[in-house]
Design a protein around this ligand. Structure first.
Ligand SMILES: *Cc1c(COP(=O)(O)O)cnc(C)c1O
Length: 222
């Protein structure tokens, strides 16, 4: 079941490099986040054995079940939480994650600031932007980004390093990626988390620095 992971990682790595070169970008400027949600710790271990050290999970509980042991065996391993974060999971998230990509509301920003002070641990943060303004989707609407950045970065002094988006499934992603890039540039954020298995090449063309890829590495989720 884990047999194809090394091979898939090589293929995805090669596709990232060629998309980068086609866009006149340095492939080393793009971080591949291997999204291991729903896949067992053995699958993560297979990816680590193939040299992958950056992973993404979307549920705190699932990440807690898999990653503490892997992290103590591999101290360089980096864990990104990429799913909606409830305020009652902030304590666990701050203790476990190296990066939290789903900062999407003032209440969460305040809870993270308080918890980081308490634990003296500061995972880096991405603000999630709802570029398609979809009612069912998490994220700050584009028109509210300026005020939210002010709250997070200037008032709460949170370690925000970039923006993240998940474009609507039924639209061409490029305009959404371009919008995220424009918002990041306006605020001086160097990092852009955008692009998944189906659209990472477009995302790289639009300036992604972090691509979040699950299916193309680990196979279909059950
Ligand atoms: C699951 C997930 C991904 C990975 O999606 P694939 O299509 O499997 O590559 C990326 N980003 C987020 C936020 C996800 O929840």
């Amino acid at each position: 079941m884990t047999g194809h992971i090394a091979e898939n990682l090589r293929a995805v790595g090669a596709a990232i490099a060629s998309a980068a070169r086609a866009a006149d970008r340095d492939p080393a400027a793009i971080t591949l986040i291997a999204v291991s949600k729903t896949h067992p710790a053995e699958a993560v271990a297979a990816a680590i054995a193939a040299g992958q050290m950056v992973f993404g999970e979307n549920r705190v509980q699932e990440a807690q079940a898999k990653f503490p042991a892997l992290k103590s065996a591999h101290p360089a391993l980096e864990l990104h939480l990429i799913g909606p974060l409830q305020t009652n999971k902030v304590k666990e998230a701050v203790a476990l994650a190296d990066v939290i990509q789903s900062l999407d509301r003032p209440k969460l920003a305040e809870a993270l600031a308080a918890e980081m002070a308490k634990q003296n641990r500061r995972p880096r943060l991405f603000i999630q932007v709802n570029t398609g303004e979809e009612p069912q989707k998490a994220g700050i609407h584009p028109g509210d980004v300026d005020g939210f950045v002010m709250l997070c970065r200037d008032q709460l002094k949170l370690p925000v390093t970039g923006l993240m988006c998940i474009p609507p499934v039924d639209q061409h992603p490029a305009p959404h990626f371009a919008l995220l890039r424009k918002l990041a540039a306006r605020h001086g954020f160097a990092q852009l988390s955008m692009g998944m298995s189906s659209d990472f090449e477009t995302a790289i063309q639009c300036g992604a620095t972090h691509v979040r890829i699950g299916t193309a590495i680990f196979g279909k989720r059950g």
